[in-house]
Design a protein around this ligand. Structure first.
Ligand code: AMP
Length: 283
């Protein structure tokens, strides 16, 4: 596996792959790999001849009060895990390499970023779309793999790809969960043992909502009230939002249908966690 840190070297390598007629997949990450990241890498390997994984903790997608400085990092472990997955290139640019001092351009997707996580994290999605646009231009992939765990991010990236005419196929990977059902996340490493138990309220709430839907309850208000009271029954948990939205438009829905997703954001202690799921499916 090659480790590339310079933007021009990354692009030169990508161009040589493209010139040879081979296909290239990108998996953008912020590192501290868990099984979720590794599954995305495996899916990328199935979709293209060569796989680039980017590892970049993108400062501009963190708010001033957020966890940028303590975001978990372990480069040696990540490099070993990526190598085990037979990744071709681990692209690890520095902040200066990605954002030279005179950098002043941002990519913004407007309406889709207004609700859900965009409400409590102003500027977050501009940071995401800016870095992903740059990664697309630097790595020149034919396809890029993103997780459904960040469902709003996925919708926003798909929109950016359409609006900016990127010739890149966006591939979605389902949410990867641990044995107990907790959606894997680098931020789970912040949780104490007691908080880990409380964090299970997310997947249990989704399950509860699915059971109610299976029993015929399709009214969003009723389901949201049920989920709210479930979440509030756990220690250390404060709810940020509970929204039933259309999976493509992210518009709020009054009634569950096949295209609707229940999206949840909570804090467990100081740690912000998100989860989501379609309500017609089994977990
Ligand atoms: P991150 O390093 O947290 O920015 O995540 C990098 C990519 O992995 C994003 O596309 C995430 O949606 C995806 N991802 C993170 N956790 C999971 C998970 N538990 N299941 C599926 N995809 C995930």
């Amino acid at each position: 596996m090659k480790i590339i840190r310079a933007v021009n070297e990354m692009t030169a390598w990508a161009k040589s792959v493209r010139r040879s007629g081979k296909s290239l997949a990108l998996v953008p990450t912020m590192g501290f790999f868990h099984e979720g990241h590794l599954r995305l890498m495996r899916l990328a390997s199935q979709r293209a001849d060569f796989v680039v994984v980017s590892l970049f903790v993108n400062p501009i997608q963190f708010g001033p009060q957020e966890d940028l400085s303590r975001y978990p990092r372990d480069f040696d472990r990540d490099a070993q895990l990526a190598q085990n997955e037979k990744i071709d290139v681990l692209f690890v640019p520095s902040v200066d390499e990605m954002y030279p001092a005179d950098h002043q351009t941002e990519v913004q997707v407007r309406h889709l970023t207004a609700g859900l996580c965009g409400k409590s994290r102003p500027g977050h999605f501009n940071g995401v779309t800016t870095v992903v646009a740059k990664l697309f231009n630097i790595v020149l992939p034919h396809c890029a793999v993103f997780g459904e765990k960040d469902c709003q991010q996925l919708v926003v990236i798909r929109r950016m790809v359409r609006d900016l005419n990127y010739d890149i196929k966006i591939v979605a990977h389902p949410i990867v969960r641990d044995r107990d059902g907790l959606a894997m996340s680098s931020r789970n490493s912040y949780l104490s043992q007691a908080e880990c138990q409380s964090a299970l309220c997310l997947c249990r709430a989704l399950q509860l909502a699915r059971e109610r839907v299976a029993a015929g309850v399709l009214d969003a208000r009723q389901l949201i009230e049920l989920v709210a009271s479930h979440l509030s029954s756990y220690d250390h948990v404060t709810t940020e939002y509970i929204s039933l939205v259309d999976q493509e438009s992210l518009n709020e829905k009054d009634t569950v249908d096949e295209g609707s997703v229940l999206a949840l954001a909570i804090r467990v202690g100081d740690t912000r966690l998100i989860d989501n799921g379609r309500l017609y499916e089994k977990m």
